[in-house]
Design a protein around this ligand. Sequence first.
Ligand code: DI6
Ligand code: FE
Length: 409
Amino acid sequence: MAMWDGLWVNARLATMVPGGDAYGAIDEGAIAVMGGRIVWVGPKREVPGPPGALARHVHDARGGWITPGLIDPHTHLVYGGDRAQEFEMRLEGATYEQIARAGGGILATVRATRAADDDTLFASASARLANLMAEGLTTVEIKSGYGLDLETELRMLRVARRLGDAYPVTVRTTFLGAHALPPDYAGRSGEYIDYVAETVLPEAHRLGLVDAVDCFCERIGFSAAETDRLFTAARALGLPVKLHAEQLSDQGGAALAARHGALSADHLEWLNEDGVRAMAAAGTVAVLLPGAFYVLRETRVPPIDLLRRHGVAIALASDCNPGSSPVMSLLLILSMACTLFRLTPAEALAGVTREAARALGLQATHGTLEVGKVADFVTWDIGRPAELAYHIGLNPRRQVVRAGEIVAA
Ligand code: DI6
Ligand code: FE
């Protein structure tokens, strides 16, 4: 038998494989990697020989917990400037929608992003990504959507791809050209959607820059009909879709997304039971964004019990963006998901591993500790997995392995 590249012993494994206990836990476990993939995982007593004879490198996990690498399935990580001033305006009584309708909000960041050069966008996104990676992030989704013109949307997507080339993290890009209506299309949202669907998206796709397509379906975004127009174009190109849906109102977005076989519908504070049923039937993942709920001081919690009852997979994400969720910590998101949305710690951890992988269409290769999957995993100095959602401001990460290589220790 060929020698394994590495074997971790004396580990407590949270495999996140469903069917057993909530974490798929293996108490005295071991995990082996070869060629960047997991080749063995199980109880230490079943390791098929002396560790030193099986693997070129044997690592003692010293009783630490090992989870799959963390996955953030919804970020707007690349952007120019910041919106701290709007944070102050909201504290003085302005609402998120009022600021957006007055030409601020997303459009303020569009102006800053168009004005920033690629290196500036790369540098500021790198700092935000570094924070997420320090907590064990190994896969991240990054959206466009602060360009709203061909040149800048392409620049954003190229910067996102460049982040994946520069750092030990898997980047999945999402085209969000339909994030807001740019001023030069004021009052002409239908024409803008046509421009996005017929010009910007096809070119971004031709350049290999797009892994999925998203839209902001909301009163201050685009209608369900406009979303449907864009999603029809996306699927004609063979691209999967996902949707910012029911964040501030019920536009029927989640049900529409499900009809398009969407990977996910995201936010969902205003999701109704028809939308839940449609998502369940389509296998569309619910990506919950407690950071935006917290920052905007929302009061309507997504229908967690309906999602559970109908068997809709629940994922979590930072929604890292300069307006509604300037959050660069998945561990804080775990805490918010449990405290604000009443998820269990096991549901929350599944939300940034197994179900986050599903929200990106990566469930065949990522998100659990199983033979054949990419060897992305994190060792933690914790006594029980619930500590990952319990502590606030403490980062118990000890070691990060990405594609079988130790990338942080
Ligand atoms: N919903 C959100 O919460 C973010 N985008 C969206 O469609 C907000 C983005 C921003 O405020 O810059
Ligand atoms: Fe978002």
